[in-house]
Design a protein around this ligand. Sequence first.
Ligand SMILES: [Zn+2]
Length: 91
Amino acid sequence: MSDFNAVDDQTWRDEPAEENDLECLDRHKGGCSGAVEYRMALSATGRQFPRCDAHWGKRLDEQEGINQRYPSLQPSDFDPSYAGESWYEDE
Ligand SMILES: [Zn+2]
């Protein structure tokens, strides 16, 4: 009987997963360190994702490179339809 009780006791000690803990979006890449928090949105969707300190730092570095290579905003005076309108005006 005492053996049965021991097994039963272990079953009750099976604690639920920590559902409230945030998991780093890049945890599959490994190398997580620091606190995992929702970081400010970097994409146009405005969605926020939880990342650890280490991966958030890397993400910021990546984003900086992307912004330099591909400016997200066109120049305000860039209008491809402007030339087209005047081109056929005399027809
Ligand atoms: Zn991470």
